[in-house]
Design a protein around this ligand. Structure first.
Ligand code: ARG
Length: 636
């Protein structure tokens, strides 16, 4: 019944025209689908081709000059005639349409131009009605699109995953930003999203950290700033252990074997090993201290993630993988002949399981050391099996730097070889390149907080350069902070994930070019226009949209109508740049419109209509920015 009324509403917006229904076609929430449906029906009639072939063949164009949609004639697979001949024949049969202009064939293509009138009349009300949801389409996440009562699909996104007491490096930064985006994207597509942070929080180094804390730690400092304090302790104890190693080597070189052995048996390294052993055996005191480190760190991380609009459902970690489960997995691998003993260790020789080059490329990773310790790889295998049970997910994404490509390939392959083909088919590695030159003015980067603080300060300097504007900013510290975060995030999301990029504060903090501050500026300007016009909701809703006839208004509307498609496309590429490239295209179209589409000084009817258009632009920009994890500002 709900769709019936939506259909009726749409039909009335389209002057009585009704649309044929196609799978994955949502004309009431995606204006482009109106045209897709309409064009498919026309083309089916004049070509006799099955609509199932036509519908997906309608493509986007690279730019508006090439039309709003285009058809590659060969895609309809009509035999016997050349594409340009077919195009000519079809165009001759083209009926008068209320929605699209008659196409003029261009080589093997038929470009379609939307008629402006009906476009603004459907786009603007649809966008304004959906508000913050414009661009989302919850159908993608349905288990069964024809029956919503069957529930939604679930995706697990694992991202960020820093190592406690160690620096939060560029790899973690990118994982955090990209993972945050992917979570939002799947949510917009109606999936049930579980966000997991898989901390590096286990291993001998955490035994070492405990010993270091005993020597150099302070309860007070720990409570105040756990992340930095634990790092300090970590650096000190690592220095001590380095000196100890040198000492051992020196003793050995001097022929003092007994002394060297004594130091080895009693030194820091051995103490750390023993301490970690206590931890693995569940020793209460040892566990309690480690747990405190972990929890205090998480509390801190949480606050920082909050600034990026990120919340995790679970703080998992290497420590959370059960020894028993890993034992079982190793046993199974041995029994199945996937893993083999070698020098007391257990390893997987991929050349024996995967033929040819591929097997060689996967190398021979160890899954259990001679002393029985399980490794990073084994933990990942067990953790994956565990998550499968716990969350029964339909899809899982690991957002991990491409430096770990081999590791991820190995563990996905092992899971498959173990017979869990269904699980292996649902996991996906989303990788990304390096950040070059990421250092702050105070030296190399340690933690996420340091990065954000530094960029915020840099941003503040940039803002101060325009004193006139700066004087008007109400809360400059807060604004600089938000803009700084946007600067970092936009720079990170601008290129394809796999590309490396240069961390450059001057470039990212500039108001010129395709930057975070530029997007924020565009948003603040729209908000300011809205405030100044101060029209009521009813005023805007009752606007006569047929007044929007200027080329700038029409072109802006054409770009805005692409937004829901852009989100759908991002679900395919899983690239933040799909969203960003569009937002820059849209804001450029917007900024070239202001002089032509003034609000102040226009007569009331035009004012309302233009305001409705700007309001739609603001919605799209706001929704897009939030999808990327940014916090749009209304003033700056
Ligand atoms: N903590 C790891 C690191 O800093 C990243 C973890 C990635 N996730 C995973 N499931 N292995 O290198």
């Amino acid at each position: 019944a709900a769709t019936d009324s939506a259909d009726q509403q749409l039909a009335s917006q389209l002057g009585g025209l009704t649309l044929d229904k196609y799978p994955n076609c949502y004309p009431d929430i995606n204006p482009q689908d109106i045209y897709r449906s309409h064009l498919t029906s026309i083309l089916a009639k004049i070509t006799g081709v099955d609509p199932k072939i036509i519908y997906p063949a309608l493509q986007w164009t690279m730019s508006l000059e090439k039309g709003d949609m285009t058809l590659a004639i060969p895609a309809l697979r009509v035999k016997g005639k050349k594409p340009d001949v077919l195009g000519q024949e079809w165009v001759e049969k083209w009926p008068e349409s209320p929605l699209v202009e008659k196409p003029v064939p261009s080589g093997a293509y038929l470009p379609f131009f939307f008629k402006p009138g009906p476009l603004v009349k459907t786009l603007i009300p649809t966008a304004r009605k959906m508000g913050a949801d414009f661009g989302t389409n919850k159908a993608h996440g349905l288990k069964d699109p024809s029956d919503p009562s069957k529930g939604t699909k679930r995706v697990v996104v694992e991202f960020s995953s820093p190592n406690i007491a160690k620096p939060f490096h560029a790899g973690h930064l990118r994982s955090t930003i990209i993972g945050g985006f992917l979570g939002n994207l799947y949510e917009a597509a109606g999936w049930d999203v579980v966000r997991i942070n898989y901390l590096g929080d286990w291993g001998k180094q955490y035994g070492l950290l405990a010993i270091g804390f005993d020597k150099y730690g302070s309860e007070e400092a720990l409570a105040q700033d756990p992340i930095n304090h634990l790092f300090e302790v970590y650096v000190k104890i690592n220095k001590a252990i380095g000196e100890e190693k040198e000492e051992v080597a020196k003793l050995q070189a001097d022929g003092k074997a007994t002394e060297a052995q004594h130091l080895k048996d009693n030194g820091l390294d051995e103490q750390a090993r023993r301490y970690f052993k206590l931890m693995t055996e569940g020793d209460e005191k040892a566990i309690a201290l480690w747990k405190r480190f972990r929890e205090l760190s998480i509390t801190r991380y949480r606050a920082t993630y909050e600034r990026l609009n990120i919340r995790f459902d679970e703080y998992s970690g290497e420590s959370q993988v059960s020894e028993e489960a890993m034992g079982k997995a190793a046993q199974k691998m041995k029994e199945m002949g996937i893993a083999e003993e070698s020098d007391g260790a257990l390893l997987v020789d991929f050349t024996k399981h995967v033929p040819g080059k591929a097997g060689k490329a996967l190398e021979k990773p160890i899954i259990r050391k001679r002393d029985g310790t399980a490794l990073y790889l084994t933990r990942d295998i067990s953790e994956l099996l565990h998550r499968n049970e716990k969350y029964n997910f339909d899809h899982m994404i690991y957002v991990i730097a491409s430096q770990q490509d081999l590791h991820v390939k190995q563990f996905f392959k092992i899971v498959e070889l173990m017979g869990y083909k269904d699980i292996a088919a649902k996991v996906q590695h989303i990788n990304f390149g390096l950040v070059l030159g990421m250092s702050t003015r105070k030296g190399t980067v340690k933690f996420l907080d340091d990065i954000l603080r530094d960029v915020g300060e840099h941003m503040h300097d940039v803002m101060r350069k325009n004193q006139d504007k700066y004087q008007q900013v109400e809360n400059p510290d807060k604004v600089a902070d938000t803009l700084g975060i946007s600067a970092v995030m936009v720079q990170d999301q601008s290129g394809k994930r796999i590309n490396n990029y240069q961390f450059d504060m001057d470039v990212m903090c500039s108001f010129e070019g395709d930057t975070g501050p530029y997007l924020q500026y565009a948003h603040a300007r729209l908000s300011s226009i809205t405030r100044k016009a101060s029209l009521s909701e009813e005023d805007i809703a009752s606007a006569d949209l047929s007044l929007l006839t200027e080329p700038h208004a029409v072109n802006l509307a054409r770009v805005l109508s692409q937004w829901p498609d852009v989100v759908q496309n991002a679900l395919k590429t899983l690239e933040p740049t799909t969203i960003l490239t569009y937002l820059f295209k849209m804001t450029h179209s917007l900024s070239s419109s202001y002089d032509h589409l003034r609000i102040v000084g226009s007569e009331p009817g035009l004012m309302k209509a233009r305001m409705a258009l700007y309001d739609t632009a603001r919605l799209v920009l706001n929704n897009g920015m939030r999808l990327l994890g940014l916090s749009p500002v209304d003033r700056m």
